[in-house]
Design a binder for this molecule. Structure first.
Ligand code: PEP
Ligand code: MN
Length: 337
């Protein structure tokens, strides 16, 4: 249930209503917009007399919120959430702030990450990505450099100033992720609810990918796990879904997820066209489409030598290809703003 408070109502009156609702065992989320306050009620609202609520002089309207996702629901938070990084000193994502996240699929060496980071930064990227713990389909493939990879990412952050995005697979490794700006939850872990609950207790921003065969609602419910546990800094990422097409693209990019999610939730929505297509030649066109669709950001895999990459080489852009793609993204964003 969503209660819109009339503009200009004094805080003590809102507080009074809030206390009364909390006594009914409801979780009350208060959102203070620029003009007015919204109270979102989470829990069993059957004991609430809606007509009585509507008759209160401080209440403008009361609406049902049937969606199972509550904390991320735009009805509760009409303005876009803006996620800040580096304690407000780094780039933001959401509410008109665009995140251009780039870097290799996995951290392979010091030289590699430092080189790629400088290149993507010059091209306009404002976040650096790189996997240290890799979810590989085969246990015989390169699994990432682990803790050593995280140390290299921290060196990249110190030398370039770029905030770091990297994946956490196992909650037992959380202690090494303190300085990671954005913790990625990969598509294979989107519904690992124990992991999500634990990430609800940390201060880091969480980049939550859509599951391999996940619906939009399931993605929002996964975000709900993180938010209900206390972490509101969640970025949603469309990364392609499994469909019957597999000959010419690794996955199918569900671009309509962008406007759908932007309508349903206040959380920032980004797209990863690299995993969505699995082919570098498709990434520039899809990146342009992502920018045109109004996403809050994009995450692109970039490798110094894609043919020799230890992971996801076929979908990785070279630094030069990335530069051209980034320039196109910026032009499109300017045109649609
Ligand atoms: C990745 O970002 O490298 C990755 C493994 O992504 P996903 O979880 O979307 O497959
Ligand atoms: Mn990858």
């Amino acid at each position: 249930m969503v209660i819109m408070i009339k503009p200009g109502v004094q805080q003590d009156k809102i507080e009074h209503l809030r206390n009364w609702l909390e006594e009914k065992q409801l979780i009350v989320r208060e959102y203070q917009g620029q003009e007015q306050c919204v109270l979102g009620l989470i829990g069993d609202t059957v004991s609430i007399d809606v007509d009585m609520l509507r008759s209160l002089d401080i209440v403008e309207s009361v609406a049902d919120m049937r969606d199972p996702f509550k904390a991320s629901n735009r009805a509760l938070h009409p303005d876009d959430t803006i996620i800040q990084t580096m304690g407000g000193k780094g780039p933001s994502i959401g509410g008109g702030n665009f995140g251009l996240i780039a870097g290799p699929c996995s951290v392979e060496s010091r030289e590699q990450v430092l080189f790629v980071a400088e290149e993507v930064k010059k091209a306009g990227a404002n976040f650096f990505r790189g996997g240290a713990f890799k979810p590989r389909t085969s246990p015989y493939d390169f699994q990432g450099l682990g803790e050593e990879g995280l140390d290299l990412l921290m060196e990249v952050k110190r030398t370039t100033g770029l905030p770091i995005v990297t994946e956490l697979m196992d909650i037992r490794n959380l202690e090494f992720f303190d300085e990671v700006d954005v913790i990625q939850v990969g598509a294979r872990n989107t519904q690992n609810y124990d992991l999500l609950r634990e990430l609800g207790k940390v201060k880091n921003t969480i980049l939550l990918k859509r599951g391999l065969a996940g619906t939009i609602k399931e993605l929002l419910m996964s975000a709900e796990y993180i938010m209900a546990s206390g972490n509101e800094n969640v970025i949603l990422c469309e990364r392609g879904i499994r469909t019957y097409e597999s000959d010419y693209a690794r996955n199918t990019l569900d671009l309509s997820a962008v406007p759908i999610l932007k309508k349903l939730t206040h959380l920032p929505v980004i797209v990863d066209p690299s995993h969505a297509t699995g082919r570098a030649e498709l990434v520039p066109a899809m990146s342009a489409a992502v920018a045109a669709a109004g996403a809050d950001g994009i995450m692109i895999e970039v490798h110094n030598d894609p043919a020799k990459a230890l992971c996801d080489g076929p979908q990785s852009l070279t630094p030069e290809e990335f530069r051209e793609t980034a320039a196109k993204i910026f032009k499109i964003r300017e045109a649609i703003m």
